[in-house]
Design a protein around this ligand. Structure first.
Ligand code: ADP
Ligand code: ADP
Ligand code: MG
Length: 450
């Protein structure tokens, strides 16, 4: 096992990784930007290195500074968390060339899967069903020809996309050109790469994803699935496990996910994402990193996925068999964001003047918040994840409602009551929501009197 690991991230995920390292007796090095000097991950780590100014490009995305920090502190491995450099093949390659273990798959796999258009082609040849669409990236002319062939509506997607950005729906041929350039522009700004591809728009699907663990010795296991259909602007808001998809379809999805991982000789933790409709599922992408919603899988399987990532990267074998991994009860996670739902979810950073966190059996709060902590406007608005685990879904929902009622984060505005409204919505309670749920019900969900 490693003796010292550098965590190349911030916020709740950096805190989460540092805690897992400590439990395994691994020393930790935090990196931080000048505005994060007082962040929880900096206080919790054994050592901390300032890697630059507040803008992510100058610090958390600054590869050379982060690699130097690892070399100077003698860290043998880097955990990239999610976002930032986690899916950057160049960074993984840089780690490899400096003899630092990158906690994730090889740079080759990251680059194969990171190009979402290329990944689909790879998956199709591996026999995994994919959403119909273009083979690889398209030019405007190719796109126009293709929509005549495959029909409308379609979705234009960024090859380098992530976080729900760089996607445009086209329902009328006359709008294709404008949307094509809009998608390209957004992709260039968000991902410094403007390649786009085309996919058939699947109306009102559910988002179901399979968690994978793979070691260096060709063992690939799944930790069941998560339903992440409650989304806003293609970004997940609530995730849960298990899903209520038909058991035989679920088994087919596990098999497809394992096949996908084996096809690229995948190593470490990963997620294979599908959209599901009318008893069919289609691969959309593979995320080659730890996922925001990994805690719900941890709760139902009782496996610490971050610890498994560390063990795998250090060369240890997975000690489970597929049969030994059991799913128990039901887990739900809500993302707590510093944002104001009634002001179109505008980010609302500020100082937490009072914090009270709910406690009790089956309640977990993964967060970087503490009293007097100032949430910075420079980064993602997610300030925590509230996760509950109970014997069944109905109990998990009532536990979540009760926990949300108890959570107090005075000083910042959050979406806490908004997710509480979802927990109380009949369609959610019935377990029948698809990805259009929030947009269709926004008026009702936002009607809240304090
Ligand atoms: P998950 O797939 O784990 O649910 P999200 O899509 O919500 O994760 O993304 C997790 C975090 O990483 C968010 O802060 C998001 O903005 C960021 N992110 C995801 N993909 C990318 C990317 N390709 N480039 C930059 N940031 C990304
Ligand atoms: P990202 O890399 O931003 O996570 P994904 O390709 O995983 O992008 O898609 C994010 C979400 O967008 C999906 O969960 C789904 O809600 C929606 N989506 C993606 N592709 C399609 C599609 N072809 N049809 C309908 N919805 C889609
Ligand atoms: Mg995705």
């Amino acid at each position: 096992m490693f003796q010292k690991v550098l965590v190349a991230n911030r916020g709740e995920i950096a805190v989460r990784i540092i805690r897992s390292c400590r439990e395994l007796g691994i020393e930790t090095v935090a990196v931080y930007s000048t505005v994060d000097e007082d962040a929880l991950h900096v206080h919790l780590a054994d050592e901390a290195v300032c890697v630059g100014e507040a803008p992510a490009k100058a610090s958390y995305l600054h590869m050379e500074n982060i690699i130097s920090a690892a070399i100077n502190t003698g860290a043998e491995a880097i955990h990239p968390g999610f976002g930032f450099l986690s899916e950057n093949a160049k960074f993984a390659e840089l780690c490899e060339s400096c003899n630092i273990a990158f906690i994730g798959p090889s740079s080759q796999v990251i680059s194969d899967m990171g190009d979402k258009a290329k990944a689909k082609t790879l998956m199709r040849s591996a026999g995994v069903s994919i959403v119909p669409g273009s083979v690889g990236e398209i030019t405007l002319e190719e796109g126009l020809a293709l929509i005549k062939e495959m029909g409308l509506p379609v979705l234009i997607k960024a090859s380098a996309g992530g976080g729900g950005r760089g996607m445009r729906i086209v329902r009328h041929e006359s709008k294709f050109k404008t949307q094509y350039f809009a998608a390209k522009q957004e992709a260039a700004a968000a991902f410094s790469s403007d390649g786009v591809y085309l996919e058939k728009l699947v109306e009102n699907p559910r988002h179901i994803e399979v968690q994978i663990l793979a070691d260096k010795y060709d063992t690939v296991l799944h930790l069941f699935e998560r339903d992440c259909s409650v989304q806003r602007r293609n970004q997940k808001v609530i995730e849960e496990a298990p899903s209520n998809i038909d058991v035989s379809l679920r088994n087919q999805m596990y098999e497809a996910a394992i096949k996908a991982a084996k096809a690229v000789k995948y190593e470490n933790a990963g997620t294979v994402e599908f959209i599901v409709t009318d008893n069919a599922f289609y691969f959309i992408e593979m995320n080659t990193r730890i996922q925001v919603e990994h805690p719900v899988s941890e709760m139902i399987t009782n496996i610490d996925i971050i610890q498994e990532q560390l063990k795998i990267a250090s060369g240890m074998r997975l000690l489970f068999t597929q049969e030994s991994i059991k799913s128990q009860g039901h887990a739900i996670e809500v993302r707590i964001n510093a944002e104001n739902p009634v002001k179109n979810f505008m980010p609302s950073p500020g100082t937490v003047t009072f914090l009270h966190v709910p406690q009790g059996p089956g309640i977990r709060f993964d967060s970087m918040l503490y009293q007097d902590y100032t949430v910075s406007p420079h980064y993602d608005s997610m300030v925590g994840k509230l996760i509950v685990h109970a014997s069944d879904r109905a109990h998990a929902i009532s536990k979540m409602k009760s926990a949300l009622e108890e959570l107090i984060t005075e000083g910042i505005t959050t979406n806490q009551w908004f997710v509480w409204m979802i927990m109380n919505h009949q369609a959610y309670v019935e377990g029948s929501v698809d990805t259009s749920f929030i947009v269709k019900n926004i008026k009702k969900l936002i009607r809240y009197e304090n």
